[in-house]
Design a binder for this molecule. Sequence first.
Ligand code: EPZ
Length: 418
Amino acid sequence: MDNFIIRGGKQLNGEIKISGSKNAVLPILAATLLTGERCEITNVPELRDIRSTFELLNYLGKNCFFGYGDFVAEERGPLKLHAPYDLVRKMRASMLVAGPLLARFKKTVFSLPGGCSIGLRPIDIHLQAFKKLGAEISREKGNVVLTAKKLKAARVKFRFPSVGATENLMMCAALIEGRTVLENCAREPEIADLAAVLKKMGARIKGEGTATIEVAGTARLKGFKHSVMADRIETGTFMLACAAAGGRVRLSGVIPKTVDALTRHLRLAGVEVSVFKDAIGINSSGSRPRPVSIITRPYPGFPTDLQAPWMAFMSRARGLCSVNERIFENRFMHAAELGRLGADISVAGKKARIQGVETLLGAPVMASDLRAGAALVIAALVAGGKTLVRRIYHIDRGYEKFEDKLRRLGADIERVKN
Ligand code: EPZ
């Protein structure tokens, strides 16, 4: 397993281009299962989760490959309908193949995704919604079996605006003739990117980005060409890295409005953020920020995926602030690891209290999930001395060429084989 060695104290300066969005690509890759025609996707980041999805799509019978930098998915024969445990357990987003396979073949079998370090990650919202469209659900040996004699357009109301459930049901409804109305949907920008793809495939969709999405499906969907949106969580992660370390950085190829909540909070903390058409500039002295509390919420609220990086940034705040995690039940593992670097953080249930400290000091720490790993790197950039970050395979799931980009901005970071 690889580790990072980071020597703190360097400011970040210069410009980097943000990669395509992991959380937009994953449902779009699943959408290729809705058609037997050729699909081409560009701006696909080189990430472990993307490779895991290729593996799953190829296992199911797709022929996925990179042609001249573009991702291509073709169909070489009948598809399998079972997403096996050893592929699903690696990545919860594998659940996203259920909607397309159910819609196209009226049957799918997939292993329960199992929990992960940030929570149980149940799938009840997905299953309840599939039932509303006419699916029957049964369980056998740790698998969920979804079958349907006929799927019918219906009105579905989610009990919580689940991102994955919204995406799964949009894809399923795209192949059901008639008007399906999804209510209390997630409003994340990745959902609008998926809707753009489904429209190119021949579905008629309106309301994406709002709480109510209408899908007028069709019996057959076409192949598509699509360039994936920029990764808003990578954008936010680098904004926070520069805010914490100090310096002047320009992030290009971004969609500024998708990080509005973070921009507002950074400005409250005393960081200068400049917004351009498709770029964001951060100008930070690297001094201790003003303490600013956050509550994570569904989009457009403060994103849960930036909660850990924000906590790293607030570790040196000039006072007390809190972090209230409202989306996942166990997303504070990074707090103890930040404590090993000298941060003063106490956790009680879904709330963490951060008493900012003057300095952090390098130490060996361990990543528990991809965003916690990014938070530890941010803290290590400002900690005195050397920090060893272990289990960075978590980081490789969601950040393309992370250390290369940081080094290009002036960070002293290297990847070492364990
Ligand atoms: C997506 O996960 C993202 N992943 C997550 O990013 C992100 O943290 C999350 O949305 C919230 O924004 C991808 O897009 C691939 P949810 P998803 O369904 O769809 C509960 C990252 O770091 N829930 O909106 O799985 C669930 O347990 C990852 O890139 C149910 O109870 O998130 C959680 O507490 C981490 N039943 C909450 O809802 C369900 O059926 C939000 O989950 C589904 C979800």
